[in-house]
Design a protein around this ligand. Sequence first.
Ligand SMILES: *[C@@H]1O[C@H](CO)[C@@H](O)[C@H](O)[C@H]1NC(C)=O
Ligand SMILES: *[C@@H]1O[C@H](CO)[C@@H](O)[C@H](O)[C@H]1NC(C)=O
Ligand SMILES: *[C@@H]1O[C@H](CO)[C@@H](O)[C@H](O)[C@H]1NC(C)=O
Length: 466
Amino acid sequence: METGGWKRTLALVMVLVGTYAEALFSRHMDDFIEAVKQVEDGSPGSEPLAVLRMLRQVAGVDDAFIRHFLGNPDSGRPEMSPSLSAYISKAVPHRVTESSEEEGVVLTSDGTTVALAPLLLGIEAGLQPKTAGRVRSLYQLTLAKDLESAAVTQRLGPDGCWDNVTSPQVFTLLESPSVLTTAQVYGGMDGVLLGMEVSAQSQRPMKLSSLLTEYYSRKLGSEGLDGAPPIISRRRRENFKGLLVPQILERQLVKSVELQRSLEGRPKMAVKTKKQLRAVVKERIKEFVHKYMDCPPIIPRCMWGAEPYRGTPTNLSLPLSFMYIHHTHTPGQPCLTFQQCSADMRSMQRFHQDDRGWDDIGYSFVAGSDGNIYEGRGWLWRGAHTLGHNSIGYGVSFIGDYASTLPSQHAMGLVRDQLASCAIGGGRLVATFTLQGHRQVVNTSCPGDALYNEIRGWGHYGEVKK
Ligand SMILES: *[C@@H]1O[C@H](CO)[C@@H](O)[C@H](O)[C@H]1NC(C)=O
Ligand SMILES: *[C@@H]1O[C@H](CO)[C@@H](O)[C@H](O)[C@H]1NC(C)=O
Ligand SMILES: *[C@@H]1O[C@H](CO)[C@@H](O)[C@H](O)[C@H]1NC(C)=O
């Protein structure tokens, strides 16, 4: 073989190896963590802060605002294989394309999707030396800047759907995007929570990859979230709610705007403008709290692999006055992972559509024991759950058989407290709605003796008026 030939072959092999390695990594958090491990292995002994700076530099997540808080990441181009740096520079920067594909986000094991940039910035902020015992820039680097822009455009969200939840590559938004998508909100919340966590530890954390693994990939035991550690991604909403002081977030948002202006060399805001901004921001934070803290995490139909509705759905006239509690009976076991709960949803939908001949899965919503609520027919469409009562109430079912045992406390709290207040706040249920067991209005043992006795002690529980 002449020399030109083998050189070309070698070049081709290198390109193929690079492309192959990049293709090996999907947009799943587990794969991103794998990439972080490779960065760590490539520079043994590096502190998490150094690894974060390398990631920030390779990903090009850098502007005057970020530098103001975290400094300049440049410490020479890090040693990294071309395929690894290609993956990082595609996986991390956040962008929404014209066809509503959201980039810079990964699917996590709990079934939610998070933006990586605010997550990594939050952890980096938490590792900075503290000023007067406080982490200065946590909110600014994770949520404040975009939440402020979202305040001006009047909207938060939406969530989206992956092309394939086993090997995710493309995430498409369900509606036209706002400035702050749900994945950015989740990434920001996780950035704040993990930033707080690392800043509170007296020792430097182990590795970044271990921190992410413990947070995102915890397996649940049979008691579900009741026995799970406190700082894990599935508890994101409740942890963030415990932490959030709306007035502080409000102040941080306004400060972010001021800082941004001064970095751009623009004059300070007039007092009147600042006052108006405060008012808008306050409203947006209310919406933020409702959407991301009062409401439970709801896994949309596309994410559990729902078949389309057959025929034309009938709209409900909102707000409704009832919530009917069910158990699924079959499947008879609580589901503890997003994968298992999704498979249960698909099997129930198959049964309802193919064997019962209904248009769709009958329930409005279904509670797993994995920390999620699954969207059945949802808020707007009439269900097929409680014969003769489907137009006046939502049907909410717990996966499992609750004749003699109860769902986890956590799963019951999601329905009793969060789903209900979410529905009231969103105008879907009247504030004085009545909660009943399926058996109160239909001749059935559903939702099982144990669960029925339990819900008789819940607020909003009501006897049937004779
Ligand atoms: C998702 O990707 C996996 C792995 O590439 C593949 O085996 C599976 O068939 C895909 N699923 C769908 C629904 O396309
Ligand atoms: C049902 O609701 C959807 C979504 O709100 C709306 O687009 C549609 O026009 C409604 N259909 C009827 C028949 O009211
Ligand atoms: C309720 O169902 C049970 C068994 O399915 C039946 O024996 C009973 O007669 C039914 N009661 C009424 C009031 O229909």
